[in-house]
Design a protein around this ligand. Sequence first.
Ligand code: AMP
Length: 189
Amino acid sequence: MLIIGPPGSGKGTQAEKISERLGVVAISTGDIFRANVKGETPLGVEAKKYMDAGDFVPDSVTNKMVRDRLGEDDVDKGFLLDGYPRTTAQVDYLEGILADTGDKLDVVLQLTADDEELVVRLLGRAKDTGRSDDNEHVIRHRLNLYHDQTEAVVAKYSERGVLTKVDGIGGIDEVTDRVMAAIKQAQGS
Ligand code: AMP
């Protein structure tokens, strides 16, 4: 499964809920990058420059990281990718990985939310978490990148008939209920 949504749409939170309910591992590229930044690994040092500016980490770094992660044993029962792919080039790369592993995407879930609501949410999160990419200038840049690049990813999956959209505005449990119902429906169809 994939979960796609603009920054602040709650995709990380919902990915954890789906992971618990379905017993599949949730893999967040943003979390892997943040863990590497914290551990000051070479990957983290490279990624931090881009993350702080709200830019995408280059594909040369991101794609290999995802390929390595999807080669680990815990993805055997299925997996949920959160935050990847974000560009159509990444969609093509993922296609190649899945062809190699013999896996197929069952569901691509898009969480939707209005930009102004997202800015308010993210500025709130900045106070709580101190994430270095949660200030208004960087937030607006990340939202623009989502519209410019990631919506084309959503369009691709929509053409393939695997896309399910879920309204991401509401309480966490309310959105989880919508998400689980949408997954059930998508799997039944
Ligand atoms: P996230 O936690 O998903 O919002 O990701 C935080 C940051 O990590 C993003 O703003 C990017 O700088 C970087 N990042 C995460 N996933 C990707 C990806 N698929 N491609 C490029 N950069 C990414």
